[in-house]
Design a protein around this ligand. Structure first.
Ligand SMILES: *Cc1c(COP(=O)(O)O)cnc(C)c1O
Length: 360
């Protein structure tokens, strides 16, 4: 069976060697040596501020919204994983959708300003598939309108924009280290923030507000990463560069073997050093997508419909049409992409797709 992704597991001896020290220190949670080590290595490797490491990639979105969006309206993209919208609603804020660029698939910054009202407090945009939003223009809009910017950078591990980590943009930038993402800690995540005052708030928020044992610094929740998770991160991290390199080759092979007469790829923003996190293809119609999906499934190949449905159509949202996002989400499919995927398998996938599209 070939799935859209397969979790990379480091050699188990390497993981065991790293976590062995827990039996000496007896510290398995609440920021021990492994967490501090991972935090330091991520900062050095990525060139960011100190990341706040979290239990998953959703809790940092919630913490950022709690601190910055204050129950207001949050301008957001309808084309993302459900967590970016559900977090807004979960935090008692109102999502206000702005449609996406048809080629880049990121929020269309030229449509943001007309969606702003006096209730708007923040913009939560996703660098979808690791493709950067127009960060400069969004920053200008936010400044002009006194709004906060949160980036859901769940797909962006290792992505640089204009030579700078994508995590360095926005008031807060969040990442997911879920098992399906390029760099993972099993479950896990992080938030990045350059402003010292805000960093403190976010940091205390992710540990119940604890400032020491008896003192509290505002409202908090439990969003902490454990030592077991940090240990997995330390074991995976040395492999990430190689994993991205492999993906680059695989993407090239898909590019060379797929027939793009009836298909298109997304466009990656200029000046981006991409991480090849996904291989989405856009069909001419949903009907074609379904035919291809069926032909692949028949051969035990399971691509995924990232991202479907368009988030403005969720049943807990007041529906407002988002033409481009709804249209794209009906006909976009992510092809398998992971380290162990063989060249012959990519070849086979391309052949099946080409055949279905040439005969339907
Ligand atoms: C994976 C993902 C998340 C959620 O991350 P978890 O670690 O699974 O909580 C949020 N946003 C996007 C865009 C994602 O792809």
């Amino acid at each position: 069976m070939i799935s859209v992704t397969k979790t990379f597991l480091p050699p188990k001896e390497e993981y065991f060697k790293i976590i062995r020290q827990i039996w000496g220190s007896n510290q398995i949670a609440n920021g021990g040596e492994l967490l501090f080590d991972l935090q330091r290595k991520l900062k050095d490797k990525l060139g960011t501020s100190d990341p706040i490491l979290t239990a998953n990639g959703t809790i940092p979105l919630q913490i950022a919204l709690k601190n910055l969006a204050r129950n207001g309206e949050v301008i957001t993209t309808p084309f993302s994983y459900v967590a970016s919208t559900s977090s807004i609603v979960w935090e008692n804020c109102s999502p206000v959708f702005v449609d996406i660029h048809p080629d880049l698939l990121t929020i269309d910054e030229t449509k943001i300003e007309t969606a702003i009202t006096e209730k708007t407090t923040a913009i939560l945009a996703t660098h979808v598939f690791g493709n950067p939003c127009h960060v400069e223009e969004i920053e200008k809009i936010a400044k002009r309108n006194n709004l906060k910017v949160i980036y859901d950078a769940a797909h962006c591990f290792g992505v640089n924009y204009k030579g700078n980590s994508l995590f360095n943009y926005g008031d807060v930038s969040t990442c997911s280290f879920h098992a399906t993402k390029i760099f993972h800690t099993g479950e896990g995540g992080a938030m990045f923030c350059k402003d010292e005052e805000l960093y403190k708030k976010l940091f205390y928020s992710h540990n119940f507000g604890h400032k020491g044992e008896l003192e509290f610094y505002g409202l908090g929740i439990n969003g902490k990463m454990s030592e077991l998770q940090a240990g997995m991160g330390l074991a995976v991290l040395p492999y990430v560069k190689g994993l991205i390199q492999t993906r680059k080759q695989q993407v090239k092979l898909y590019d060379e073997t797929l027939n793009f007469k009836n298909l298109r790829r997304i466009v990656i923003r200029e000046d981006t050093d991409w991480n090849y996190s996904y291989y989405p293809i856009i069909f001419k119609s949903e009907d074609k997508l379904l035919k291809v999906q069926k032909a692949l499934n028949d051969k035990k190949i399971f691509p995924r419909r990232y991202f479907y449905p368009s988030l403005n159509t969720l049943d807990y949202i007041e529906f407002k049409e988002m033409k481009i996002s709804q249209d794209i989400s009906e006909r976009i499919l992510c092809l398998p992409l992971y380290a162990e995927l063989q060249d012959q398998e990519i070849d086979l996938i391309s052949k099946i797709i080409n055949k279905v599209l040439s005969t339907s």
